[in-house]
Design a protein around this ligand. Structure first.
Ligand SMILES: *Cc1c(COP(=O)(O)O)cnc(C)c1O
Length: 385
């Protein structure tokens, strides 16, 4: 069976061959436990981990001590939200987030509400943007944490991080940012954007699955964090458990590659995004962009197609691997919470596609994908009764 063209890089990326090569020795000869500091095996592993810690810290502009390795962004988000809210419950019980956040932010917050915390879920406009005025208005003396993502995983829409960071600092509130989609695609700085906690994951930037980090800002503002996992006291007690050394090494290599390639890839993907959108719009009417063109990730294009039945769209697109604007629940297609928050109708949300390009995408693949989408939409429209 022939694999379809992969245009789903926001869901996960293949491991870059250079990343794989860097990881391999740490599965075999250099297999040591980074916490076994009584012999050479441990020293080698520990050295590799600490080097990566420094590298990632530099990339997001914080200190190496600020990097806590986790199993991925879901864990990082959980650690940040539970960790801060529970640690500081004496000082306030209120958090602020947005309706369009990832489920790994929304679900922990739901859980925290069941524990007695209360939250404000900022709404977004039709282009997925929050209002900074609404953010300021939501802040009360009980607010201790704001959690807003860098880039939306579905639409690619960017939040104005520096402005959000400034507001949080002024009000002495901690700012957590789920930067999983943004890392390696746009530049991020805990320092410049005044982010206190940042979540990320290696498998969204050509690293392996199962490794991520929570980055804490330089200790200008001191804060603590209640751990989720207890045990050997690894990662300064923030996250017990034997470190995933090959994963960490791969994460480091992925960050190194991202640093070198980010600017070139961003401009290439951005021109592809324009080319893709314009080509589709030239051949089809009733195509809607979900998001804001000028405030979005360069590699992400989220489109809705009027006049077709959404549940037939994905099953007809056999040549490309993409995500849709809906998730299959038991019996029906449930439109995504992100599109719903943007006011996209259920029908259009179901009839939408998220296209996300990446390092190994070729122009020829894009042309084939455009052809496939145009012909499938035309066919579905022709058979619509
Ligand atoms: C993929 C993703 C996550 C989850 O990351 P994992 O490492 O797979 O747990 C969280 N937030 C965003 C925005 C994502 O895109």
């Amino acid at each position: 069976m022939k694999y379809p063209i992969y245009l789903d890089y926001n869901s996960t990326t293949p491991v870059d061959p250079f990343v794989l090569e860097a990881m391999l020795p740490y599965f075999s000869t250099d297999f040591g436990n980074a916490a076994s500091l009584s012999h050479l095996y441990g020293w080698v592993a520990e050295k590799a981990v600490e080097q990566t810690r420094k590298q990632i810290a530099q990339f997001v502009e914080t200190l190496p001590e600020g990097i806590i390795f986790t199993s991925g962004a879901t864990e990082s988000n959980n650690l940040a939200l539970f960790g801060i809210m529970r640690q500081y419950r004496q000082e306030g019980n209120h958090f602020i987030t947005a309706q369009t956040e990832h489920k790994s932010v929304l679900d922990p917050f739901k859980r925290l509400e069941a524990e007695g915390f209360s939250g404000t879920y900022l709404s977004v406009d039709s282009q997925g943007q929050i209002s900074l005025d609404a953010l300021e208005e939501a802040i009360s003396s009980k607010t201790i944490l704001v959690s807003l993502m860098a880039a939306n995983n579905e639409t690619g829409v960017l939040h104005p991080l520096a402005e959000i960071g400034k507001i949080c600092r002024q009000h002495r509130i901690l700012f957590h940012c789920d930067a999983t989609q943004a890392l390696g695609k746009i530049s991020l700085s805990l320092e410049k954007m005044q982010i206190d906690l940042l979540s990320c994951s290696a498998h969204k930037l050509y690293g392996p699955k199962g490794i991520g980090a929570l980055a804490l800002s330089r200790k200008k503002i001191r804060f603590r964090l209640e751990p989720l996992l207890f045990g050997g006291g690894h990662e300064q007690g923030f996250r017990s458990g034997t470190l995933n050394v090959p994963g960490i090494v791969g994460f480091g290599k992925a960050v190194e590659l991202a640093e070198a390639k980010q600017a070139e890839e961003a401009s290439r993907f951005d021109s592809w995004r324009r080319y893709f959108y314009e080509s589709v719009c030239q051949q089809l009417s009733g195509v809607f962009l979900n998001g804001k063109w000028s405030q979005a990730l360069p590699n992400t294009l989220h489109l809705s197609f009027a006049g077709i039945s959404g549940n037939r769209l994905l099953s007809h697109l056999k040549k490309i691997a993409v995500s849709s604007g809906s998730a299959c629940t038991s019996a029906s297609l449930e439109p995504s919470h992100v599109l719903k928050a943007m006011g996209v109708s259920d029908d259009l949300a179901r009839a939408s596609l998220r296209l996300s390009f990446g390092r190994f995408t070729t122009v020829q693949e894009l042309d084939e994908a455009i052809l496939e989408i145009v012909s499938v939409v035309q066919e579905l429209r022709a058979t619509m009764v």
